[in-house]
Write a protein that binds this ligand. Structure first.
Ligand code: HEC
Length: 115
């Protein structure tokens, strides 16, 4: 695997509150909207479910930040995410529904995140 991005080191193994996450994002010079862009019309296509994506983003920002800081969605390719999502959803002990929501969000967000 790739090493976690350097800014993650600040947060790894710490319990993080949402406030602290924003602080960490700030110290890396990345706005939260760059790490995990809000669901927007550019992410929607005929198969997209905006509610699932919104839930997925919320889960991403809360459940995926307990062991390390929020990873910028755009830092990983589709191929990498297809490997990472199942592994991390298992580590985070997410339900199949929560995992599906995260997947819907991340895959939509990387499509627009490469700008
Ligand atoms: C129980 C702790 C834990 C939770 C919860 C967790 N992670 Fe991780 N994550 C890790 C560890 C440890 C690593 C580094 C080792 C590895 O890749 O297995 C990592 C690595 C990563 C990486 C880098 C992987 C790579 O191959 O470079 C990403 C991206 C990531 N996590 C995203 C997430 C997402 C998304 C979630 C929520 C679904 C999540 N993590 C939840 C512990 C966790």
């Amino acid at each position: 695997m790739k090493r976690l991005k350097s800014h993650s080191a600040h947060g790894i193994w710490r319990g993080l509150s949402a406030v602290l996450i924003m602080g960490l994002a700030g110290c890396a010079g990345l706005a939260l909207t760059e790490i995990a862009p809000p669901v927007n019309p550019g992410m929607l296509d005929s198969t997209a479910d905006a509610d699932a994506m919104s839930r997925g983003r919320q889960t991403y920002l809360t459940r995926c930040t307990t062991c390390h800081s929020a990873q910028a969605v755009r830092d990983y390719s589709l191929k990498e995410w297809e490997r990472i999502i199942p592994e991390m959803c298992r580590l985070a002990k997410l339900s199949p529904a929560q995992s599906a929501d995260i997947r819907a969000y991340v895959l939509a967000a990387i499509k627009i995140g490469k700008t």
